[in-house]
Design a protein around this ligand. Structure first.
Ligand code: ADP
Ligand code: MG
Length: 757
């Protein structure tokens, strides 16, 4: 146990209220930070401070009760932006700031700098883009004493293309108004301009200039129709005094250790910072909080799960496992052995295992799972192996049959296409316990399947299943051990965020003798080269996948459908070979047949949609040709590529793309240069964002307000560490009453509930 005194953690529950003056005088890792301009000054007398504390609105006060806001504006803020309480407002962080400190005149503009100019509107034009009906363009001519400049803003989405919005913009930026524009200076064909700048109206024609805003950093909030920037800003200003009296749920020792600004300062400075350095420090603290409370809830869940002591105790050693090692045609890699040990170690404990095995395509996860399964069986328990597609279940089943026959163990396959009689037989054998292992698809959870003694659940390609589906399989037993596997490595930050409550093992080594897959980007012009390579490989007895993004031209995208492609390849390009077809809309019997024919080498080329993405293991295939490669995500391409290079022969991946966008090219280059799934997924996340990396919508990536899994890795790791320490000291959080309350508040929000109801 780490010393509990580290953080000077007094019981917060009975903690007496700290008066603002003493709070401010307590030593802080940061110099007495620039109370932001709207923040009560620190050097007021204790009496004034006390009065201001009493007058400050309470954190859970409704906005309509604040005289500066009033009922009408409060209703608007609630309806349009979901802001109901003082806390809501304080946590409504600006999406950006206008930095008046960097104000320059138009003549001084220089490319590459982020600056603010203050100038008069000479003309304002607003129109729907002639090329994109969903894009509203606002063009403004600005002039100051030194020159003129045109700036444009773009509003994408149909709600911005209405006449009403057009009129609003024209009125807001009327000729003669004084506005501030802040953004990155860049060159265009009309000379220098500001890139999609933040705009702020300082004065309407005739008004005196409102100097209030100038000379500091001003927050820019996400607005909605009918809510003007100043309404939110004034409301925040009205709410800010109560931030000064917020008690920090994080103990001061913890804050010191991780160099975190105090909460009230962070809240004040995220809205109205004095300069950009303080803004950074404030942001860091609030990012920390977003990560910290999430990790706390994940680790708390893990802690609770570990307290269950009723799972099957599965012995790591025994005759069956020994026999299995003997019949295996290869030796486990070092990484496989390590992961097997992790698993066997978990299985002999009475707390349920909840372990995720991550391993790149072809790293050999299946055999690791099989060893766990055999451990369950030799201890007298049953196991279930669930995979997301029939193709994959079928493949696992075949492999298991070949091994289990040698061990004289029965195994059955249950999918949507299993016949009724067979189904009944399987159900009966499961219920008596005669059948030790069932492999299958979702049918495993959909059917009224009852196990006699389910001790272990294995879920392959777990990211393809929803949380509910995984839970339903677990409920088929009494606290069975759970092993999940994924061949889609995800960046560490993302893994911590969505799997923070699991134990994770990595198989970070490929079986020996694998060759690097030669990966090349090609355009249509080089198509004949691709076909030559394919021909050469087939003549040498190899096989080829051709993958297309869509089955039919359902969207008006210039994609060639698998059906057409199949016909073209069979009839015009490779009449001498046999070309198979596999796509998502085929019946499962037809899919099976297409895969079987390819596996048995009756077809040499398999034209397919992404159905082949997951798990298909046909080592004789050496070429993967991907059409319209730019349409896929990097991790998905990496998965597809993993269908080849599974045998000893040199394999090839051809990425066909006519896209000239630099972004597409840069993405595909990553694949040309790397074969490391973790690196690729990291890049994928950078290019497309965390939600997309997971591919499926089950994702469950929380919506962080400020935090970014790409930019804030360092803070996430610290927050994780801090949360681990907290749970280690006291998982109930009783010791930190405020932290517990805050977690509860955030957790309820996370779950979509609201503390208001
Ligand atoms: P994945 O991790 O992608 O699920 P598989 O479990 O399908 O990978 O294994 C890929 C291939 O490598 C299979 O044909 C499997 O039999 C083989 N394999 C697994 N482990 C080893 C090993 N240690 N040595 C040699 N071949 C192995
Ligand atoms: Mg697999």
């Amino acid at each position: 146990m780490g010393g509990r005194g580290d953080w000077g953690t007094g019981r917060q529950g009975g903690q007496k209220e700290i008066s603002p003056s003493s709070a401010l005088s307590s030593p802080s890792p940061h110099p007495p930070l620039s109370p932001s301009p709207y923040f009560p000054l620190p050097n007021t007398s204790p009496i004034v401070a006390e009065v201001s504390r009493l007058l400050a609105p309470k954190i859970d006060q409704k906005l309509q009760d604040l005289p500066e806001i009033g009922v009408r504006k409060a209703i608007t803020l609630g309806e349009r932006l979901g802001l109901y309480t003082v806390r809501d407002l304080l946590y409504y962080f600006p999406r950006d700031h206008i930095d008046y400190a960097r104000q320059v005149s138009i003549r001084e503009l220089q490319g590459g700098e982020t600056v603010t100019i203050v100038a008069k509107v000479k003309s304002c034009n607003c129109y729907v883009s002639p090329r994109n009906k969903k894009l509203m363009i606002l063009d403004i001519q600005l002039q100051d004493n030194t020159g003129k400049i045109k700036v444009s803003r773009f509003f994408a989405g149909t709600r911005f293309t209405s006449r009403g919005w057009q009129e609003t913009l024209k009125r807001r930026y009327a000729e003669g108004s004084i506005i501030a524009a802040c953004g990155l200076v860049k060159g265009s064909k009309y000379g220098l301009t500001l890139d999609n700048p933040e705009l702020e109206v300082l004065a309407q024609p005739g008004d005196p200039i409102e100097s209030l805003n100038i000379g500091r950093i001003v927050p820019i909030y996400t607005l909605s129709e009918g809510v003007a920037a100043n309404v939110v800003r004034q409301a925040v200003i009205a709410a800010l005094p109560s931030a000064a009296h917020m008690k920090d749920p994080l103990p001061s020792g913890l804050r010191q250790k991780y160099d975190l600004m105090e909460l009230k300062d962070a809240i004040a400075n995220i809205h109205f910072p004095k300069d950009s350095d303080i803004l950074k420090v404030a942001r860091r603290r609030l990012v920390f909080d977003e990560f910290f409370y999430l990790q706390l809830s994940l680790l708390q869940r893990q802690h609770q799960a570990r307290a269950i002591q009723t799972s099957a105790i599965l012995a790591p050693k025994g005759e069956l496992i020994e026999q299995f090692h003997k019949i295996l045609p290869f030796k486990l890699t070092g990484a496989q052995t390590r992961v097997v040990n992790d698993i066997l170690n978990d299985l002999q404990k009475p707390a349920p295992m909840n372990r995720l095995v991550q391993g790149d395509v072809g790293s050999g996860k299946t055999v690791v799972a099989v060893i766990a399964i055999i451990a369950a069986i030799q201890s007298g328990y049953q196991a279930a192996l669930m995979a997301p597609t029939e193709v994959l279940s079928e493949q696992h089943y075949r492999k298991l049959v070949s091994w289990f026959n040698l061990l004289h163990l029965p195994v059955e396959l249950l999918t949507g296409s299993t016949k009724a009689a067979k189904r009944r037989q399987i159900h009966a054998q499961l219920a008596t316990g005669e059948l030790p292992l069932l492999v299958g698809t979702h049918a495993l959870i959909q059917d009224p399947v009852i196990f006699h003694r389910l001790g272990l659940v294995v879920i392959d390609e777990q990211h393809r299943f929803g949380v509910q589906q995984r839970a339903r399989l677990q409920q088929k037993g009494e606290q069975p051990h759970v092993l999940t596997m994924t061949a889609t490595p995800i960046p560490r930050t993302l893994a911590l965020t969505i799997h923070g409550d699991l134990d994770v093992s990595q198989i970070d080594e490929l079986p020996p003798g694998r060759q690097k897959i030669q990966t090349t980007m090609l355009t249509s012009k080089e198509r004949t080269q691709a076909y030559d390579l394919i021909r050469r490989e087939i003549v040498q007895g190899r096989q080829v996948y051709v993958v297309l993004p869509l089955v039919e031209e359902s969207e008006k995208l210039d994609l060639r459908s698998a059906v057409e492609e199949h016909q073209k390849l069979q009839e015009s390009i490779f009449p001498e070979f046999s070309v198979g077809l596999l796509h998502g809309r085929m019946s499962s019997a037809d899919k099976d047949e297409a895969i079987s024919k390819f596996r048995d080498r009756q077809t040499q080329i398999l034209v397919s949609t992404t159905v082949v993405e997951v798990g298909v293991d046909i080592p004789n295939a050496t070429v993967m040709l991907i059409e319209n490669a730019e349409r896929f995500g990097l991790s998905q391409l990496h998965q597809l590529r993993g269908r080849v290079g599974r045998g000893a022969a040199q394999s090839y991946c051809l990425l066909m793309s006519n896209s000239r966008s630099p972004d597409a090219e840069a993405r595909l280059k990553v694949l040309e240069q790397s074969q490391d799934g973790f690196f690729i997924s990291e890049m994928d996340m950078r290019f497309r964002g965390p939600g997309e990396v997971l591919g499926t919508r089950q994702s469950g990536v929380p919506d962080f307000t400020l935090a970014s899994l790409v930019e804030d890795e360092e803070v996430l790791l610290l927050a994780r560490q801090a949360a681990e320490k907290v749970i280690e000291i006291d998982a109930t959080l009783e010791r930190w009453y405020l932290m517990k309350e805050e977690l509860k508040y955030r957790y309820e929000r996370l779950m979509g509930g609201s503390i208001l109801t």
